[in-house]
Design a protein around this ligand. Structure first.
Ligand code: TRP
Ligand code: ZN
Length: 317
């Protein structure tokens, strides 16, 4: 049993009587093999997340080695993600914008149902830099958010709040896609967003476990997940406002997120508690051509993928 979630009162306020969401079966959704509590988040299959990364790598390889804004590899990445979501029953929207003289695209996926005045969002940037395939930055977040969305569909999950997932274009040009989305929403629609969760680099090869120090409820949700695994976390310090949560935060939306580290070096204290190599960057291939499928720590990617699902389930009921 959970207490009513008093995280952020929406302007719309009155969510009448707490209607019981019937845990009814959803046509087409196969029942889970192991019985779980009605609203428990599923384990996100790491093999599925890695299969998405393999596809993003292939897309980069077939398109000049990158998936950057304005290049063929970006649109191919977007079409890959969109096709999976469409097949799973999401309502997808492609939002176009212009940056540096080229067309960019955001992909928004809404899961039908839930209170439209209380939207819980997860997002990640789908573009790479032009110098490499961008598998950790940010295939990792993109693949994990995609697999979380697909897990929502597989489980027939119908939370009280409305779920929305997003893949941003042109983050590497200065958060262009997410800024465009936030400015396009308008204040009334922005006020309906209960929280925005950002995932940018979550499978770093020499990983740290960093939680954004922003909305306290979102932050605590991620900390609870990691406490349950017995893994210490730290506050993210590689640069506040350096990813797509910043436009949301600036517009007054509660934000949070996870990060496994970019070009900062792991200290000996961090290596003692997390393993890995002290004195080396969390991601030595950050923004480089070696940010390939070999540049992923599976354990970090697995834990962070499960943490996304945990937070989306916890914060939406
Ligand atoms: N957003 C950066 C990029 O894509 C990576 C990054 C650096 C980052 N510091 C961060 C992401 C802190 C999240 C939080 O190049
Ligand atoms: Zn990034």
């Amino acid at each position: 049993m959970k207490l009513p979630f008093s995280w952020r009162a929406t302007a719309a306020g009155a969510v009448a009587v707490a209607t019981l969401v019937a845990g009814g079966s959803v046509a087409g959704a196969a029942p889970a093999a192991e019985p779980t509590a009605a609203a428990a988040a599923p384990d996100i299959p790491i093999a599925n997340v890695k299969a998405h990364l393999t596809q993003l790598q292939s897309i980069a390889t077939a398109n000049g080695g990158n998936r950057a804004h304005g290049r063929a590899g970006y649109l191919a990445s977007l079409n890959y993600v969109k096709a999976k979501l469409d097949a799973a029953g999401f309502t997808t929207t492609v939002q176009r914008f212009t940056a540096s003289g080229r067309t960019g695209y955001n992909l928004i996926a809404d899961w039908p149902g839930g209170d439209p005045n209380q939207v819980v969002m997860a997002g990640s940037h789908l573009d790479s830099v032009s110098s490499g395939p961008g598998i950790n930055d940010n295939g990792s977040g993109s693949a994990a958010v995609l697999e979380t969305a697909l897990a929502v569909a597989r489980s027939g999950h119908q939370p009280a709040k409305h779920l929305r997932f997003a893949w941003w274009g042109a983050e590497e040009l200065g958060l262009v896609g997410s800024r465009y989305y936030v400015s396009s929403l308008g204040s009334a629609n922005l006020a309906k967003i209960s929280g925005y969760l950002n995932f940018d680099m979550i499978g770093s090869p020499n990983p740290g476990y960093f939680v954004y120090d922003d909305d306290p409820v979102i932050e605590q949700t991620f900390k609870d997940y990691y406490a349950g695994l017995g893994i210490p976390t730290e506050i993210e310090t590689e640069g506040d406002g350096r990813s797509d949560h910043a436009p949301f935060k600036n517009a007054g939306v509660p934000v949070g997120g996870l990060f496994s580290g970019a070009d900062y070096r792991k200290t000996s204290t961090q290596a003692a508690k997390w393993g890995g190599t002290a004195g080396q960057p969390f991601d030595r291939c950050y923004h480089s051509s070696c940010d390939t499928t070999a540049n992923i720590n599976d354990t970090a990617l697995n834990r962070n993928s499960d943490a996304i699902a945990y937070a989306m389930w916890e914060l939406s009921q």
